[in-house]
Design a binder for this molecule. Structure first.
Ligand SMILES: NC(=O)C1=CN([C@@H]2O[C@H](COP(=O)(O)OP(=O)(O)OC[C@H]3O[C@@H](n4cnc5c(N)ncnc54)[C@H](O)[C@@H]3O)[C@@H](O)[C@H]2O)C=CC1
Ligand SMILES: O=C(O)CCC(=O)C(=O)O
Length: 387
């Protein structure tokens, strides 16, 4: 039996996919796996027996990835599962920033009791006029799952789209429309675009990437959209640029007291992925990843351990060893297995940065003493009998 604890509500169409002998627990401390959306795990004590975390979403800045890896806890996310939801809201952001739709809606509500509303409409509407996005330049920073969808959609709306992503994967490049102009220096986007949208993960290297220096490069009247993470933008610098009228609109999905009190801000309460479809997609993918890991030891879409797929174990036993990426680990692991006389039928060893994973299928059942010996190898972080 495996125990699952949810740190946030997770869509049922995902949670119902766990095998029958899985149960949900209210106690995080006794969980084999956690499911989480945006809840922060940074202050949380990681349960000793925790094997895995499934982030039903893309961003993993709410999870202590390195600490998890050190404790042999594999963290998964769900790449692309909510990208369409975010893309649609970014498109809404483009339109909301281009015409004063919000002001117009409010005006209609305020004047609802006026019997002359039809007449006054025609006099008042000029206050809410705007411009069209067709023909304007849109800069997309980060061309992963969301950025690529936004860039492609914007080309269909007649925008001239500039895309920047120095780490673009081959798969992501394949998804990108050839009408998106490939930019190799982000400053080109900052200098030339009328609209700039950011779709990068929050990392040390991306924190505050939109700051005074970049804002000063931008065209007067630029619109900036941030559906990625709050602190990618320096709020003080943005407040100054907005107050000076250099930024026409700042569209953000991340309220905080500073942003909420800025003029010309179009602020939403982190709604990018809040659609039934995105929530379902993320839940299903996260549950499938966790189940494949817990049942078979396979790793797909981890953000702190390498990928590994040996399918379903067809032999007597399977053991998973999570360890540091240091020399002579395979030699030590196989020597201990050989000492028990266990014949290896299949084996995968993969590494990712400082961590590595070795999955071994054996012809014989694994003795408890062998597992205990594997745990004593210097650099081994966790040993798990998968079968
Ligand atoms: N508002 C919301 O509800 C949501 C927000 N997000 C945020 O959006 C971010 C992006 O999501 P996805 O597109 O799904 O992730 P992704 O991993 O598919 O794409 C991120 C892209 O950013 C690129 N990148 C990294 N550093 C960069 C840099 N310095 N300059 C330019 N590009 C850089 C990467 O190469 C990658 O292609 C997430 O990390 C998350 O923070 C994601 C989903 C929902
Ligand atoms: O799960 C959510 O509610 C937010 C989604 C998000 O920000 C992400 O996937 O990075």
């Amino acid at each position: 039996m495996k125990k699952i604890h949810c740190l946030n509500p997770i869509a049922e169409c995902g949670t119902k996919l766990f095998p029958e002998d899985y149960v949900f627990t209210d106690q995080a401390a006794e969980a084999d796996a956690l499911l989480v959306r945006s809840a922060s795990m940074h202050e949380m004590e990681l349960p000793e027996n925790l094997l895995a975390v499934g982030r039903a979403g893309a961003g993993v800045n709410n999870i202590p990835l390195d600490e998890c890896a050190q404790q042999g806890i594999v963290v998964f996310n769900t790449p692309g599962a909510n990208a369409n939801g975010v893309k649609e809201l970014v498109l809404a952001g483009l339109f909301l920033a281009s015409r004063d739709i919000a002001g117009g809606l409010a005006w209609c509500k305020e004047n609802a009791a006026d019997p002359q509303i039809a007449k006054t409409t025609e006099k008042s509407k000029k206050a809410f006029a705007g411009c069209e996005i067709k023909g304007k330049k849109l800069g997309v920073i980060g061309l992963g799952a969301i950025g690529a969808e936004v860039a492609n959609a914007a080309t269909h709306l007649g925008m001239e789209v500039y895309g920047y992503d120095p780490y673009l994967s081959v798969n992501a490049a394949w998804r990108l429309s050839r009408n998106v102009k490939h930019i190799t220096n982000a400053d080109t986007i900052f200098r030339e675009c009328d609209y700039i949208t950011v779709h990068v993960p929050l990392l040390e290297s991306t924190k505050g990437m939109i700051d005074k220096e970049k804002l000063d490069m931008m065209k007067d009247g630029v619109v900036i959209l941030n559906f990625a993470r709050d602190i990618l933008v320096n709020d003080d610098d943005m407040a100054e640029a907005v107050a000076a009228g250099r930024v026409a609109r700042y569209v953000s999905d991340f309220p905080n007291p500073k942003v909420a009190n800025m003029d010309r801000v179009i602020l939403m309460p982190h709604l990018g992925a809040s659609t039934k479809e995105s929530e379902d997609n993320c839940a299903v993918m996260a549950v499938q990843e966790l189940t494949d890991y817990l049942e078979n030891g396979n790793i797909r879409n981890s953000v702190n351990y390498p990928s590994c797929d040996m399918g379903v174990c067809q032999t007597e036993s399977r053991v998973a060893v999570l360890h540091k990426n240091i020399p002579n680990m395979i030699g030590q692991i196989t020597a201990i297995l050989a000492a028990q006389g266990a014949n290896i039928t299949d084996m995968t060893n993969k590494s990712r940065d400082r961590f590595a994973y070795t999955l071994v299928d054996l012809e014989h059942s694994l003795e408890e003493a062998t597992i205990e010996r594997l745990k004593t190898i210097e650099g081994v972080l966790r040993v798990r009998r998968v079968k």
